[in-house]
Design a protein around this ligand. Structure first.
Ligand code: SF4
Ligand code: SF4
Length: 118
């Protein structure tokens, strides 16, 4: 079976996946029910149902489960840093990093224009 690509980069080379802080995790299962991409499974550990992670099925740049975790136990890497990695590895010219940078410039220009006209 062929590995999926994101902007021409094999998914396994992109370090985008949720990290679970098990010290904060309440074993509520919300992340397991929320994610529709089979990223989470459940394992019994010391009588608690703990979420498990299947990193490669997490959708690149989705971080929806970070917000639904009631204890803030889930986090994702920086989108900007991930964009840099994808940009370096991608055979395609246009990347999320380019988009991110151009959008930041646009906001900076808008901000400067507003300052000028005050
Ligand atoms: S939503 Fe958060 S607290 Fe609940 S099981 Fe998932 S990681 Fe643990
Ligand atoms: S970020 Fe999105 S795709 Fe990835 S585990 Fe969370 S809900 Fe699923």
């Amino acid at each position: 079976m062929h590995e999926s690509l994101f902007h021409g980069v094999p998914r396994s080379k992109i370090p985008w996946y949720p990290t679970i802080n098990y010290e904060k995790c309440l074993s509520c299962g919300k992340c397991v029910n929320y994610c529709k991409h089979d990223v989470y499974g459940v394992e019994e550990k010391q009588g608690k149902r703990m979420p498990l992670r299947n990193a490669d099925t997490c959708i690149v740049y989705c971080d929806g489960c970070d917000d639904i975790c009631p204890s803030g136990a889930i986090s994702h890497p920086s989108k900007l840093e991930t964009g840099k990695i994808i940009s370096k590895l991608s055979p395609q010219k246009s990347s999320y990093f380019d988009y991110y940078i151009s959008r930041s410039h646009l906001f900076s220009l808008l901000f400067l224009s507003l300052q000028f006209f005050q």
